[in-house]
Design a protein around this ligand. Structure first.
Ligand code: NAD
Length: 461
């Protein structure tokens, strides 16, 4: 009946109460095939449309998202647990960023006449065809939107599968796009990992994926059969290094905020804070002071800065990391106890001196945990920071500009922040090194990954 899929419906639970919001039917194997076939049928007309007209339709969808930000944010907040104001902020922030990004999509796909030959050499950027967009739950609007915009803008059609934890946000977002686009240009499939796997296996030309390293590996393996293009944005275990000469207040504030933001469920969360031992006591004191500003609470209530974890299994993962650290001799300076009551809440927790083989130092915790450990020398700081298979972001705090540059050059990460959090200039790619990804998103180079270059060389008449 379900075409080999394992589940008939998604039981969409409110993470703040554990109550059922809605049962959402999952796609069957036949649904997957049909959605891909509709997207393939819609492709030629979409590909051949004037690019400015295509980008105008995408821009109109972004405008609708902006208009609907309060309603879309409310759906997101309820099913994922992100505080309402931040959920609305996610929608508005991505609308603004991606609207600006449309200009770069236009630049990325503009045809060029390449100089240097007597012949006329035309370089174009051809869309791949049908792109599978498969996304996680932690930024349920931002992650899909940042792939839909360049994928569609470049002339691909898309089959989109949102995370099984945020099906209603996914459906809402898809509808806003579908209302602006020709039929079949964006298809939606609901379901868990099995539906994602069936989509990767179906007749698609590219898989654009944001999610965990384990799923990224599975997708790459299955995409290999058809030599399908992949862009994979995966997890991280980001370090934040604090040298004794840094602005300790600012460093401790940044370390705490970016460990706890989104209840720690951010791919580039600070997952490990490495502190020069001479200032370790002071940093712990400052961190504990800031942690007091991060109580958990009802995501729909005004002023809440930290909601629950997204699911029971996500909370179980955090509980396991804290228990493992405790068993291996770490000190839990605050938090670390399961609260009473419904929902998958967990308190902001500070773990001090977990040994290097502890889970909390090696695997993604993805929870509201500040993990403090120490180092003695610059070399040791770099070595410990790089002691991971991941390489998404990294942060360095020091008042010595040369050291800041030296250490950031030595860090194996796609994005480094010096005396600030990552990010910055618009147009730079969102990118992970090592096993944090394959390919990247954003900026002209990122947008071009939704295309293949093609040259046509014509001899002079
Ligand atoms: P996940 O890998 O469990 O799931 C992501 C998506 O993949 C979901 O839609 C899921 O249904 C689908 N999926 C699962 N198995 C599949 C399979 N075999 N084939 C195809 N699709 C499959 O990740 P998650 O728990 O939803 O998200 C959290 C992870 O995402 C963390 O590791 C986080 O670091 C990462 N993330 C990375 C970035 C980035 O930009 N690098 C951004 C956000 C989140």
């Amino acid at each position: 009946h379900y075409g080999g899929m394992s589940q008939a419906t998604i039981r969409n639970l409110d993470p703040a109460t554990g109550e059922l919001i809605e049962e959402v039917p999952c796609a069957t194997g036949a649904d997957v095939q049909a959605a891909v076939a509709r997207a393939r049928a819609a492709w030629p007309a979409w590909r051949d449309m004037e690019s400015s007209q295509r980008l105008d339709l995408v821009r109109a969808a972004l405008e609708r998202m902006g208009e609907q930000a309060p309603e879309l944010g409310a759906v997101l907040s309820r099913e994922m647990g992100k505080p309402l104001e931040r959920a609305v902020g996610e929608v508005r922030g991505y609308v603004q960023r991606l609207t600006e990004e449309l200009e770069r999509v236009a630049q990325a796909i503009a045809p060029e006449i390449v100089p240097g030959s007597e012949d006329r050499v035309l370089l174009t950027r051809e869309p791949h065809g049908v792109v599978a967009v498969i996304t996680p739950w932690n930024f349920p609007v931002g992650m899909p939107a940042q792939m839909l915009v360049p994928a569609l803008g470049a002339g691909n059609t898309v089959v989109f599968k949102p995370s099984e934890h945020v099906p209603l946000t996914g459906a809402y977002l898809a509808r806003l796009f579908q209302e602006q686009l020709p039929e079949g240009v964006l298809e939606l499939l609901q379901g868990e990992g099995a539906v994602g796997a069936a989509l990767v296996d179906a007749d698609v030309d590219m898989v654009a994926f944001v999610g965990s390293r384990a799923t990224g590996i599975a997708i790459m393996r299955s995409a290999a059969g058809g030599l399908k293009r992949v862009v994979l944005e995966l997890g991280g275990k980001d370090p934040l290094i604090i040298f004794a000469d840094s602005d300790l207040e600012a460093a401790a504030l940044s370390a705490t905020q970016f460990s706890l933001s989104n209840t720690g469920q951010v791919c580039c969360s600070v997952e490990r804070v490495l502190v020069e031992s001479s200032v370790a006591e002071k940093i712990e004191e400052l961190v504990l002071k800031e942690v007091a500003n991060w109580p958990f609470g009802d995501p729909l209530a005004k002023g809440t800065c930290m909601g629950p974890l997204v699911s029971e299994s996500q909370r179980d993962n955090v509980v396991a990391h804290v228990a493992d650290a405790r068993e291996k001799g770490a000190r839990i300076a605050i938090g670390g106890e399961l609260p009473e009551g419904p929902g998958w809440f967990y308190p902001a927790t500070v773990i001090v001196d977990a040994p290097e083989d502890a889970k909390v130092r090696q695997d993604e915790t993805f929870g509201p945990v500040v993990c403090l450990s120490t180092f003695e020398t610059e070399e040791e700081a770099i070595e410990k920071a790089n002691d991971t298979v991941y390489g998404l972001g990294a942060n360095v705090w020091t008042s010595d500009p040369e050291r800041g540059q030296r250490v950031s050059a030595a860090l194996r990460a796609g994005q480094v922040g010096v005396n600030r959090y990552l990010g910055g200039a618009p147009g730079t790619p969102w990118v992970g090194a090592r096993q944090s990804g394959m390919g990247f998103l954003g900026g002209i180079e990122g947008h071009r990954q939704f295309t293949s270059p093609k040259t046509v060389a014509t001899a002079p008449a």
